[in-house]
Ligand binder design. Structure first.
Ligand SMILES: Nc1nc2c(c(=O)[nH]1)N[C@H]1C(S)=C(S)[C@@H](COP(=O)(O)OP(=O)(O)OC[C@H]3O[C@@H](n4cnc5c(N)ncnc54)[C@H](O)[C@@H]3O)O[C@H]1N2
Ligand code: MOO
Length: 404
């Protein structure tokens, strides 16, 4: 077992566990929103499928219209209409025009369009007060070319991408199955909200924060309830939960005699590492149990959520072959001081906003037991080991953006 790792070393080992395929399923378009594509998608069509008009107006031959002006309008004979979806099948000859509506195919013979605002209709004639222009013709395949890949395996299906998949002609989409992520809370003192709180008890908050984080990262949270600090019951609960793609436990990984998660995983599984030089989340543990990766998250509420964000979320992104990084950083000016820690990389919770530029202030009490910092913070302020940050200095910030 390795111990006292840097954040970077720990993350690398976690990602190494994400080697397997989560499996695929095919979903109808409306159900695929928020899922991750499992295959590249080619367009089944050209769009537009032929040259079409980008404006309402008249399609005609540009050379007939070059002299058109408000003082000297050009007169063309209107030989037909082409609303979108009802193409004009004849040919436009010299001195002729066809009324076209945005999205309609350009009739044969025409090579330009004049906008309706620059014309006046007089029965079967139309007066042009400006020349027709080829610029308002959208060439075939301008948007999409048949056979070309526009969406890739690992792309999250955002609203824009779901629309793009539909435009490409796909009624169903191959997506990765949501990895099943078990969430097991441990601790004699932990009780479910709604139950009476005994002396020294604490409501189980970790399970629900993790549920949201797992779902948001593309996983299927499987709530496994809670077990007391009893090795036999813990092992039974862990084994009953399988098969899973990832198992999260919270609590029981620190130094205490009752910190049974670590002991059980050491005896029954394989502990890959324990303890990372970071705060919060120092006692984080990575193990394998019956072939399933286990992230032993520290029990303190902020620590469990921050460690899932820093390690569990990248694990799921890797499993789902996501084309986007699980998180990025930006620079912001600190409006308040942030305290670092000796020998540890620190992740303080901050409120990031954009005034003249990005600025960040503390959420207040930074104790690992104060959940309000996660509830109202929208960023992690990253401090390298042995480094405090003064107000006015430049801070490295990881924005937390959770899309339900
Ligand atoms: N002697 C030492 N003590 C501690 C150390 C250390 O290095 N030496 N590390 C501290 C750090 S840092 C953390 S983080 C915690 C992590 O401890 P555990 O993972 O063993 O967690 P527990 O002891 O079970 O619980 C810690 C804390 O969190 C509360 N908790 C636990 N589960 C839940 C839950 N599901 N929902 C809400 N709150 C929960 C629990 O009541 C405790 O208050 O260890 C430090 N100690
Ligand atoms: O690392 Mo503990 O996670 O500071 O509270």
């Amino acid at each position: 077992m390795r111990t006292n790792l840097s954040v970077e070393e720990a993350l690398e080992l976690v990602l190494e566990e994400a080697r397997f395929e989560p499996g695929k399923e095919v979903l109808p378009l409306p159900e695929a929103f928020g899922r991750v594509l499992a295959e590249d998608l080619v367009s089944l069509v050209d769009h537009p499928d032929q040259d079409d008009t980008a404006i309402d107006g008249y399609a005609c031959r540009e050379e007939d219209t070059l002299s058109a002006s408000p003082e000297n309008p050009v007169r063309l004979r209107v030989v037909g209409e082409a609303p979108a979806g009802k193409p004009f099948l004849g040919e436009v000859k010299r001195g002729e025009a066809v009324a076209v509506y945005t999205g309609a195919p350009i009739p044969k013979g025409a090579n330009a369009v004049v906008r309706v605002e620059d014309t006046k209709r007089e029965g079967e004639w139309v007066l042009l007060y400006a020349p027709a222009s080829p610029k308002d013709i959208r060439p075939r395949g301008d948007d999409l070319k048949k056979g070309e890949v526009y969406l890739r395996r690992g792309d999250l299906l955002t609203p824009g991408r779901l629309a793009l998949a539909a435009a490409m002609g796909h009624p169903r989409l191959p997506v990765f199955r949501r990895p099943r992520v078990g969430i097991l809370s441990t601790g004699d003192e932990v009780v479910e909200p709604g139950e009476p709180l005994p002396f020294g008890g604490v409501y189980n908050s970790n399970a629900y924060g993790l549920l949201g984080l797992v779902r948001e990262a593309g996983g299927e949270p499987v709530l496994l309830g809670k077990v007391p600090d009893d090795p036999k019951r813990l092992l039974a609960a862990l084994e009953a939960a399988l098969p899973l793609d990832l198992l999260l436990t919270s609590g029981g990984v620190s130094m205490g005699a009752y910190d049974v998660v670590r002991r059980v995983l050491e005896e029954e599984g394989e502990v890959v590492f324990w303890k990372v030089r970071q705060q919060p989340g120092g006692p984080l543990l990575l193990a394998r149990l019956r072939g399933v990766p286990v992230l032993g998250l520290p029990g303190n509420p902020v620590s469990s959520l921050v460690t899932f964000f820093l390690y569990g979320r990248p694990f799921l992104f890797r499993l789902l072959k996501r084309t986007e990084a699980p998180y990025g950083t930006l620079k912001a000016r600190a409006l308040t001081p942030f305290k670092g820690a000796k020998g540890k990389k620190v992740f303080r919770r901050g409120v990031l906003s954009f005034e003249e530029g990005p600025v960040v202030r503390t959420t207040g009490n930074q104790s690992s037991g104060v959940l309000r910092s996660m509830a109202f913070g929208n960023a992690l302020v990253v401090l390298p080991p042995d480094r405090d940050l003064e107000a006015g200095e430049e801070a490295t910030v990881i924005p937390l953006t959770f899309v339900p």
